[in-house]
Structures are given as C-alpha cells and as structure tokens.
Design a binder for this molecule. Sequence first.
Ligand code: IPD
Ligand code: CA
Ligand code: CA
Length: 269
Amino acid sequence: MDQQKKNEIFEHAKAWVLEAGERIKSNIDSPRSIETKSNPNDLVTEMDQETEQFFAKKINETYPDHYLLGEEGFGDEIEDHGGTVWIVDPIDGTMNFVHQKRNFAISVGVYYDGVGEIGLIYNVMEGTLYTAKRGEGAYKNEEKLPRLDEKRPLSQSILALNTSWLIPENPHVDHKGMEDLVKKLRSTRSYGSAALEFAFVAEGLLDGYLTMTLMPWDYAAGSVIVREVGGIVTRADREELDLLNKTTVLASRSNIHEEISKDYVRLKK
Ligand code: IPD
Ligand code: CA
Ligand code: CA
C-alpha cells in the first residue's frame, strides 16, 4: 500500500473511531435493546448495529472502492481479501458493554491484499487508543510501545485464557493440556474482549492470549498491533490465520509462543 494513501486512511480511521467512541460514551446510560444471536450469551445491542452502520457510511462515502467486513452484517459479502478491506468490530466485548458499561472496545483493521496494514483498538470508556501501521511500531495514545523482546519463562507469564477451554467437554481443545498450562503459568486473566486482550499483550500487561473461536473482526486490528511490538500471532497450531473463517488464535511474546503451542495445546480437530 502506498505510504501517503496509508497515512490518509489511518487519519480517517482514527477520526472515525474516536467519533464513534464519543457516541457510545455519551449514550452509555441510555436504555438498551438487547437481542441474542447464535446463542443466549451472544449479545447484540442497537449500539453495535448503529456503530457499524456509522463506519459503513463513512467508508462508502470516502472510499467507494474499499470493502467492509463487519460483524453485524452492514458490510460486504467477502470471498477473498483482494483490494482494501476494512475489518470492523463495532463493539468488541458486548457482554461487558451490557453488564459492566466498560471493558469493551472498537476494533478496526485495514488490510490490503490480505496483509494487515493498519490496526486501531479503542478502549472507549478509558479513552485509550492503541494504533499501529505495519512497519512503523505500535502506539498507546501518542506514546510508542516498547518491543516485547524480554525472554520471560512461562512460569513467570500471565496468559489471557477463557475458562471454557478447561471444561472437559469443550469441543476444541484437550482440557488436560490446558490444565497443565494453567499450572505452569504464573497466572491467567479473562477480560472478555479479544481486542483488549490483544492490546494488553502489545502493552506487555499480558504475556499472551490463547483462544479457540475468534472471527476476523476480533483479531484483525489486534494482530497488526501485537506484531508491531515483536509478538507472534498465529492459529493455536502455529499455522497462518484464516481471515475469512472462525479460528483459534495464539498471540504472545515470541519466546513462549512455540512452547505453548507444541507442549500444551492439543486441538481436537
Ligand atoms: C467476543 C469477545 C470475547 C471473545 C468472543 C468474541 P463480541 O466478541 O471478544 O472476549 O471470547 O469469542 O466473540 O461478541 O463481544 O464482539
Ligand atoms: Ca468481537
Ligand atoms: Ca462485536
């Protein structure tokens, strides 16, 4: 992607993320209409939908030749990642948005021919914006984030992990390997927003994030940001991420990535 174009897209994306964040923040105490999607715990509100519509309108007006892959279905039907694709999760952490009115984020990734060029994650209620452009490092607001070069052993690492993967019947991963991993780690955390979990890995608050069921809009921005500080982001089996379908994800400091994947994660399929 041409540098000047990339800078221009970044500035637009940043302005729209901040504007969308303001709208969410100023409506945080308004009555919510809450619906469920694929299961009773998969929530969506009118604010998720309105925010995605806001991005769809801005992108269509400004860049009619770009595509939008969005969680709430106001974007395009995408079959491949040719051209410029905006991958948007209007509210990541909707359960937190509904139950806690905090700990949720807007996540926007811009990809060109399948390569993540720009990532923005906005922790709306905290007012913290994480950004990255490929090859230019990552930032928390205006501050450049240091690289994750320290080699920290698993025994001193904190991993974001959902307790679901420790349930024996879970369909994705052998729970015994997960138990061994939890015993080996210093500790685990679950924030309930994949985007924030990526941002916290990039910031060094977490040493890694392991999950079994993410969609492209959950990790599109986060993977750009984590890679810019030297972290590794792949599927849990270390294969490349599939930008069109549900996938496992392991994002972490480089020195623990292979060990987690090879010694602990035994995928069921
Ligand atoms: C969810 C959150 C959650 C993760 C789920 C996602 P949503 O996104 O990121 O932390 O565990 O897999 O679907 O539905 O709140 O946008
Ligand atoms: Ca999400
Ligand atoms: Ca969402």
